[in-house]
Design a protein around this ligand. Structure first.
Ligand code: ADP
Length: 395
């Protein structure tokens, strides 16, 4: 039996609220539940509990839920408990379980299978994907993959079902940034099986081409390879699929962007003038393809030292001004921090969201703001594209 929302509500109902004479089930503390592949997120509203009590309640919920899951033979890998205020804004987040794992895909690997060759050309793996977000940049090295990874992990930590596709054929970064190196790509029933890591389903072209033999990619080749990564992969039901596109505006990123039913594109840019000019070209490419621009992210916006002092290295606000000039939403500024680079190299993106004092806290808040802004822009894009139909509830 899979871990369903009712199963989770049932398991948590008898748990007592610290210092209060009631249980989760008897109060309206539990506001929202989501489950995906061993990752469970809940949102609670408990305004009278202190941070210490909220931490204790999260731990009690995790233990009870894990015991119930184990009894069903279903592993509980990670449990995230968010406490929200009356307006739904998150006040505290507690994550328990294996937050930094790199467990192998659960599906057994068929013996002697050559991944790409075994795929079913008729498969339509994207049918259950609600929103596809392309992350693009005018040039390489501005942090496009960093933004893709952290956006995906941040959305997953908020309880969404998220996929992440590394389509950057020129320099796939996911094997390192998600610590996939030791894992084998598997195919099952004609479909590529995504890796289940950090709460995200991930596929990277880096696991399918030999990194020692660089290929000279052309549009039609990219078309074929990209079709396999998208349609012939077992994405299942996803709220968001984040696609890390190759940088630039050449025929390869253009072909890929054209193939997808995109909700919109996120453009990553550093503050400098030269970076803005390149990013503006990427914006125009998407606009020509009639793809909504969800907004611009300013990466490497400023540097935060360990003393929490802020250094304005590249000209903070440059990308924000570009967004204003082009009449585009601005999604936020991400600082340069040593932790972000270290966590990326160590394949531990979840650690970026673990706020502390000083630079860590600044980074965690900046990433959370980015995630929230992207959620909002996708919702607006839905409205513009007429995907959200009004529903009349009659009680
Ligand atoms: P791109 O995908 O645009 O080529 P990457 O995301 O691979 O760029 O980033 C390039 C390098 O810069 C990586 O080593 C990454 O860890 C680092 N990096 C990116 N953004 C930041 C940041 N805000 N702070 C510190 N290091 C960063």
């Amino acid at each position: 039996m899979a871990i369903t929302k009712d199963f989770i509500r049932d398991a948590l109902a008898p748990i007592r609220l610290p210092a209060q004479d009631t249980t989760i089930g008897a109060s309206d503390t539990l506001r929202w539940v989501s489950a995906c592949d061993g990752f469970v997120s809940v949102r609670m509203h408990a305004p009278d509990l202190t941070e210490k009590h909220r931490r204790a309640l999260s731990a009690a919920c995790f233990q009870a839920l894990r015991a119930r899951c184990e009894a069903q033979g279903e592993p509980l890998d990670q449990f995230t408990c968010e406490f929200v205020d009356h307006a739904g804004e998150v006040e505290h987040t507690f994550t328990l379980g294996r937050s930094r794992d790199s467990r192998p895909a659960r599906d057994p690997q068929p013996a002697g299978h050559t991944p790409i060759a075994g795929l079913d050309p008729q498969a339509s793996g994207m049918a259950g994907v609600r929103h596809i977000i392309a992350v693009g940049a005018g040039k390489g090295g501005v942090g496009k993959s960093t933004v893709s990874v952290n956006l995906a992990v941040g959305l997953a930590r908020k309880g969404h079902a998220v996929g992440l596709l590394d389509g950057d054929i020129y320099g796939p970064s996911l094997p390192t940034m998600l610590r996939l190196d030791a894992l084998e790509q598997t195919v099952l029933e004609g479909r590529l099986q995504p890796f289940l890591v950090h709460g995200v389903k991930a596929i990277t072209i880096g696991k399918l081409v030999d990194p020692e033999k660089p290929l000279i990619w052309r549009g039609p080749m990219a078309h074929g390879a990209f079709k396999q990564l998208t349609e012939q992969a077992a994405w299942g039901d996803l709220d968001y699929l984040i696609i890390d596109l190759p940088p630039g505006t050449g025929d390869v990123p253009l072909t890929m962007a054209q193939m997808l039913r995109l909700s919109g594109a996120v453009i990553v840019c550093t503050p400098q003038k030269v970076a803005q000019d390149d990013a503006a070209r990427a914006v125009r490419m998407f606009q020509q393809l009639k793809v909504d621009i969800l907004g611009v992210v300013e990466n490497m916006s400023y540097f935060v030292g360990d003393d929490a002092k802020v250094y304005d290295i590249f000209g903070r606000g440059g990308a924000q001004q570009m967004a204003q000039r082009m009449n585009l939403p601005f999604l936020g500024q991400i600082p340069i921090t040593m932790r972000l680079r270290e966590n990326s190299d160590a394949g531990d993106p979840g650690a970026n969201f673990e706020a502390g004092d000083g630079p860590d806290g600044v980074l965690a808040r900046a990433l959370q703001e980015l995630v929230t802004n992207v959620e909002k822009q996708v919702a607006l894009a839905d409205l513009r594209q007429g995907q959200t139909r009004p529903t009349l509830h009659i009680t």
